[in-house]
Design a protein around this ligand. Structure first.
Ligand code: WQD
Length: 350
């Protein structure tokens, strides 16, 4: 009896050793895809590839490569033939740094995407899932925010690169390029893989709330500063839509399936990937203490420049159209972040 071995479809994940990228590689492998990772390791380590293998039992292909290297990318597609689609995470992503180094952000975040889009038709790559952000909405006029909300002038070069990237994708598709695209606008990704083998590992002092919070809880940082409690919110602190990173990763697999199974209703689709639940900084701190039993040392300080007061998603479109929904509770998510921090300490990494 001839058994037709289902050929695994090959997906390129740029930035695949990063926080969201590594969790997405795991979910792609779990879904039966073969994964090729490229990463320039500017903000991650190659040992993430070992940890992905420990989680799934399958070692992804990994090449150290910068998406700014056009010839290197061209050679990669020629070497690993049959790449059907790309998930593009590789980008610089520190809001504050982008204000100090705008040209680094414009060059890295825009030219990387341009290189990929230019090479896709030549190598028969059908689609791209792009890592966008709720920062494109700025401070929405209405909450929860839907995909139809207007984009607002970005508060930082980082946020601006996300807006410009979305426009670049649209313009390339409008020009007639044989490319299908899904833009996923993330809210605030947090947490770690339940195995505690993958998680967020920022270089230096964390800019984002959760890594700073767990580093404070374990004693690396003396105190967490809450940037302002004089906002027009119930407890005065900023509100965000915190989404579990594994739930977020699963949304990418669904988006890839949608492109490859030709289920898109338009060549470029946009989805808010959030929980639909807004939580304030102070609520998050209390939820952390409740769910882990760990007391947190924090102080209220002045506002951080550029912070949006409150934003959370209306995820109905992603729920109904993609059939995707955030499932993990905030308590389990915060516990996963804490377990990851504890494991980093046990491994002598932090
Ligand atoms: C969340 C809330 C802070 C640190 C940014 C980008 C977004 C994405 C995630 C990259 C805010 C408060 C934070 C601290 C605090 N980028 N805070 N003390 O700014 O919502 O989103 O990071 O992946 O695109 O815009 O996330 O985690 O920095 O802040 O009080 O030490 O926590 O003021 O209200 P943000 P964040």
């Amino acid at each position: 009896m001839f058994i037709f071995a289902q050929m695994k479809q090959r997906i390129l994940v740029t930035g695949g050793t990063g926080y969201i990228g590594s969790h997405t590689v795991v979910e792609l492998q779990n879904a039966g895809y073969e994964v090729v990772i490229i990463d320039n390791l500017a903000n991650s380590n190659a040992d993430v590839v070992d940890n992905i293998e420990k989680v799934t039992g399958i070692r992804p292909i990994f090449e150290k490569l910068d998406c700014l290297d056009f010839q290197g990318l061209d050679n990669l597609f020629s070497k690993y033939t049959g790449i059907k689609a790309i998930i593009h995470f590789a980008a610089s992503k520190a809001v504050g740094e982008s204000v100090e180094k705008p040209l680094l952000y414009y060059r890295n975040n825009l030219v990387s995407l341009i290189n990929l889009l230019e090479l896709m038709p030549k190598h028969g790559v059908e689609g791209i899932v792009f890592s966008s952000s709720c920062t494109v909405y700025g401070q929405p006029d209405e909450l929860p925010v839907t995909e139809n909300a207007p984009t607002k002038k970005a508060e930082s070069p980082y946020g601006n690169t996300k807006q410009i990237n979305e426009e670049i994708v649209r313009d390339v598709v409008t020009s007639g390029a044989p490319i299908n695209a899904i833009l996923l606008r993330y809210f605030n990704p947090i947490g770690a893989h339940p195995s505690a083998l993958l998680g967020e590992l920022p270089n230096g002092v964390p800019q984002n709330l959760i890594p700073f919070l767990t580093q404070t809880a374990i004693g690396i940082r003396e105190k967490l500063s809450v940037f302002g409690n004089d906002y027009n919110t119930p407890d005065g602190s900023c509100i965000r839509d915190y989404i579990n990173v594994v739930d977020l990763a699963k949304a990418h697999v669904i988006a890839i399936n949608r492109i490859l199974e030709k289920k898109q209703k338009e060549q470029v689709e946009v989805f808010n990937i959030g929980t639909g639940r807004g939580l304030s900084v102070l609520e998050l701190i209390h939820a952390f203490e409740e769910s882990t039993g760990v007391k947190l040392n924090y102080q209220i300080v002045g506002r951080r420049a550029g912070d949006i007061e409150q934003v959370w998603a209306n995820p109905d479109y992603a729920n109904n159209e993609l059939g995707w929904k955030a499932e993990t509770s905030i308590e389990d998510t915060l516990r996963s972040a804490w377990n990851w921090q504890v494991k980093l300490r046990e491994r002598g990494i932090q």
